[in-house]
Design a protein around this ligand. Sequence first.
Ligand SMILES: [Mn+2]
Length: 361
Amino acid sequence: MQMSFRWYGPQNDSIPLKYIRQIPGVTNIVGAIYHIPVGETWPLADILALKSEIETAGLTLKTVESVNVHEDIKLGLPTRDRYIANYCATLKNLAQAGIEVVCYNFMPVFDWLRTDLAKPLPDGSTALYYDEEIIAGLKPEILVAQMEKGANGFELPGWEKKRLGEIKKLLALYKNLDEEQLFANLGYFLAGIIPTAEECGIKMAIHPDDPPWPVFGLPRIVVSRANLERIVRLVDSPFNGLALCSGALGADPRNDIPAMIRHFGAMGRLHFGHVRNIIVARPGLFYETAHKDDSGSISMYDVMKAYHDIGYTGPIRPDHGRMIWGEEGMPGYGLYDRALGAVYLHGLWDAIKKQSEGEKQ
Ligand SMILES: [Mn+2]
């Protein structure tokens, strides 16, 4: 297991790499190139510059999150072939820079969604919060404006202002697209990129939809064990795998996260682990909590035990943290609570590992 930490680059992250380097056990940065528009090829020189900056700080870059998928691919438009060719070119450049895992998602229009980016919790911290009842009464453009306002001046991951400025136009394009068509378009995309991923040794890891159900009438398919099973078989290759996000999938209590880790891990399709805890207060209402085992609805011990038991050697990162100790930063991506999360998860891992070694003797 490689304990990792997401970093948004020198322009859009308030946390210096030298601080991340000081979190015990964190060795690997999960990074990306942000100045290239979605759909265009990431230049090798830019990837190498990012890698070099990270290595100079004493950390490694082996996991990229995310290489975003152009809407035309999700919509299945004729222009998709050009964007798929660009995606393959990006994968080749990433491989040349030593990248091993690429995370991506396949959510139409919106990336992750929340109704409040700074919901006060009883302990005085703030957290990301989602309430389906609030969403139901909101126009999509109002939610976009709310998310942008709550972002503290940061560009939220997956929330490119230019693209979402055309939200009504985007939603209209998806009007007649159902789940089956979205599956077909994902299959087409995977058939186009997995041969390149295989050739250059990059493990593709699809991130679950967050939240894992349809929003604003848009289909969402990366939502359940059955659908993940279908996705990994769309192109039956070990390079067609998963980024299992405990918080995203866990918002639907029917998803048994440790069981999914064991299942897809045994299949060799688990390439990236996002580990975070949430409280599901009622169906459709959840908010994010500290990583500690008893802080939320998902047992972090059971999650880490499952990763340990499948012999997982890939990247794991703490996911969205609360804002604590007065920190100001990108909602969900402050330093303090994610650092606590990384160390807590590593503590669980060390204990599980030592106990299992003791049992073997
Ligand atoms: Mn995640």
